[in-house]
Design a binder for this molecule. Structure first.
Ligand code: AMP
Ligand code: MG
Length: 337
């Protein structure tokens, strides 16, 4: 059910949930200070209660209402990236709802960069907790149609068009002493953050990087440290999804599926050999793939075939965020010797 900005404000103030656009993915929003409204998010999504929610605020100055400290590290990052696809996790003030914190002592904050939702935040004077507007572990929505398909027409949705960034925000934990760590990769990379801060993350230090090195080597599987709510199974279509590091292996698998009378469709990144059947090809550019990834997977999933085959991009720094989402959406096929 599509609603106007004014209707969204009324509903959110009444403690109801509304799906809202952001530049990353659509969020299922509720007043971040209203526990009964927050609990509706968990119920609708069927999300476990110990998975904290990101609080979306209307401008940088509101951050101080939520956190006990705002170290220089955090300040530099938000001045550089807000509004934008960066979430900062900081020690929470006592009054911050335990529901929104998922029982943690910290709270996650972000100023989203979407004109409709910035207007909503500013005109309502609310802060909005908003995880992705989909069922727990399912594909994230990047259009109103994805939200309606995933959650049904009963959920009120504020239409803001297709999300421009297309994957979830980069999450950075910052301690009171200013130490930082990427909890979830996104289009703002660890290398970029290190450059803004002029300080390597513990992850980069462990890899023995020097300051000049821009490419943080990363392989699928070792991408994300453990944090609450980051599951091995996440962002998944309903159709079983097989991931391939090599295009040849994907083609071989497609032939084997045909022989076994199983149907499939394929998602490819960049040029090269193509298997038979339905193929979606995305350009060989990380930002463009991020922007189109979920929509491509939604479209392939809607075909209701037996398998989806996906060619992984290379295990290089610029592909970390896309590789992270894909590795949680499916299973990597081992090449037969
Ligand atoms: P999403 O599921 O996209 O709404 O993102 C929420 C994710 O942010 C959670 O699953 C956690 O991984 C992370 N997060 C949110 N709040 C916190 C927190 N207080 N401490 C650590 N991680 C958090
Ligand atoms: Mg989500």
């Amino acid at each position: 059910m599509r609603i106007s900005l004014e209707q969204a404000i009324v509903r959110l103030k009444q403690g109801e949930v509304v799906a809202i656009p952001t530049e990353t993915v659509y969020g299922l929003a509720a007043d971040a200070t209203n526990d009964s409204a927050l609990k509706k998010i968990f119920e609708i999504k069927q999300r476990p209660a110990d998975h904290p929610l990101i609080v979306h605020i209307g401008d940088i100055n509101q951050a101080e209402n939520w956190v006990t400290c705002f170290p220089e590290t955090a300040r530099k990052l938000v001045e550089r990236y807000w509004p934008g696809p960066l979430t900062i996790v900081l020690p929470a003030k006592e009054h911050v709802s335990r529901v929104v914190r998922g029982g943690e002592s910290t709270v996650a904050l972000r100023v989203p960069n979407h004109p409709v939702t910035l207007a909503l935040l500013q005109q309502s004077a609310l802060s909005l907790a908003a995880p992705s507007a989909n069922l727990f572990t399912q594909l994230s929505p990047t259009t109103v149609e994805h939200v309606e398909k995933g959650l049904g027409d009963v959920i009120p949705v504020l239409d803001g068009g297709a999300c421009q960034v297309g994957i979830e925000s980069t999450i950075v934990n910052v301690t009171a002493s200013g130490q930082w760590q990427v909890l979830r990769p996104g289009v703002i990379s660890e290398a970029e953050i290190a450059e803004v801060l002029n300080q390597l993350s513990p992850h980069q230090l462990k890899l023995g990087q020097n300051q000049k090195v821009q490419k943080v080597p990363a392989t699928v599987g070792e991408l994300a440290p453990r944090v609450p709510g980051q599951h091995a199974l996440h962002y998944s279509p309903r159709t079983p999804l097989l991931l391939f590091k090599e295009r040849d292996a994907l083609i071989q698998c497609s032939k084997a599926l045909t022989e076994a009378h199983l149907t499939y469709a394929t998602l490819l990144i960049g040029e090269g050999l193509q298997p038979q059947g339905k193929v979606i090809s995305l350009p060989n550019q990380p930002d463009k793939v991020a922007a189109q990834l979920y929509d491509a997977l939604h479209r392939l999933d809607a075909l209701k075939l037996d398998r989806l085959l996906v060619a992984l991009p290379p295990a290089q720094a610029e592909w970390v965020a896309v590789n992270d989402r894909l590795s949680r959406a499916g299973t990597i096929e081992q090449v037969q010797a």
